[in-house]
Design a protein around this ligand. Structure first.
Ligand SMILES: Nc1ncnc2c1ncn2[C@@H]1O[C@H](COP(=O)(O)OP(=O)(O)OP(=O)(O)O)[C@@H](O)[C@H]1O
Ligand SMILES: [Mg+2]
Length: 222
């Protein structure tokens, strides 16, 4: 499903270049559930952003099924992201000025669906995550676990093939973490491909495979 070859990414820092990814090779099959681990600053979020089509690498190739993502222009990249990817960011990235319903409905506002269809879809996903009663609540008044679920609901609302999650359980208590992980496992069993960044070996344990980022490259373990 995903084939990444010799991917490089650096950031300008003052007059110097910080080389974060120095030649990442990665292959992911459809239906895989993968954990990405590595030290803070090793480039996990950088890699996830590139896989999500939120950022472009400096060089190397990224193929997603038949599409050469590394060759797309910005419009095509946005299209790819919208159609294929559900992304859960490290800090939730919810919009404080909107309530739970509007945050989850947001991706659908770009499609041509009617208000009734949108309502129905949002209701379904909120209830599957057990947060339907929070529909009208302002997102800045949610607990961490609730905000995390809202971020997950928003990522799933368009039934993406690939779910990318950057430390989705990083700031949760153990019980809530377990629930969220069970949810990911469920989605995986329904056939979704999932890549999640984590610092927790127990989270990695429930994945099929762990990818370590070290010195700008990927190392695999089962
Ligand atoms: N936009 C940017 N401009 C400059 N440097 C950046 C930028 N984004 C990330 N970096 C640097 O690139 C390196 C990798 O960052 P990244 O966010 O990918 O790390 P990470 O592995 O996700 O870390 P963490 O576990 O702390 O989330 C870090 O040294 C960071 O400071
Ligand atoms: Mg990160």
């Amino acid at each position: 499903m995903i084939q990444v070859k010799e991917l490089k990414k650096s950031y300008p820092v003052g007059k110097k270049k910080l080389e974060v990814l120095k030649g990442v090779d990665l292959e992911i099959e459809k239906g895989d559930m993968i954990a990405i681990m590595g030290r803070s600053g090793s480039g996990k979020s950088t890699l996830l952003n590139i896989l999500a089509g939120l950022d472009l690498a400096d060089s190397g190739t990224y193929r997603y099924e038949q599409d050469q993502i590394s060759d797309l222009n910005l419009d095509e990249l946005a299209d790819f992201r919208r159609k294929k990817i559900g992304f859960i960011l490290q800090n939730y990235a919810l919009i404080d000025s909107k309530n739970v319903f509007e945050n989850v409905a947001l991706p659908l506002r770009y499609s041509k669906e009617s208000d009734d269809e949108i309502k129905e879809k949002v209701k379904k996903i909120l209830s599957s995550l057990d947060i339907e009663e929070l529909k009208e609540q302002a997102v800045d008044q949610l607990s961490g676990g609730q905000a995390q679920r809202v971020a997950i609901a928003r990522a799933l609302i368009q039934s993406p093939e690939l779910i990318l999650a950057d430390e989705p359980t990083g700031s949760l208590d153990e019980e809530t973490e377990k629930e969220i992980l069970a949810l990911f496992k469920d989605l995986n069993q329904q056939g979704k491909t999932i890549i999640l960044v984590t610092h927790n070996p127990q989270v990695a344990e429930i994945c099929d495979q762990t990818v370590y980022i070290r010195d700008g490259r990927c190392l695999f373990t089962r």
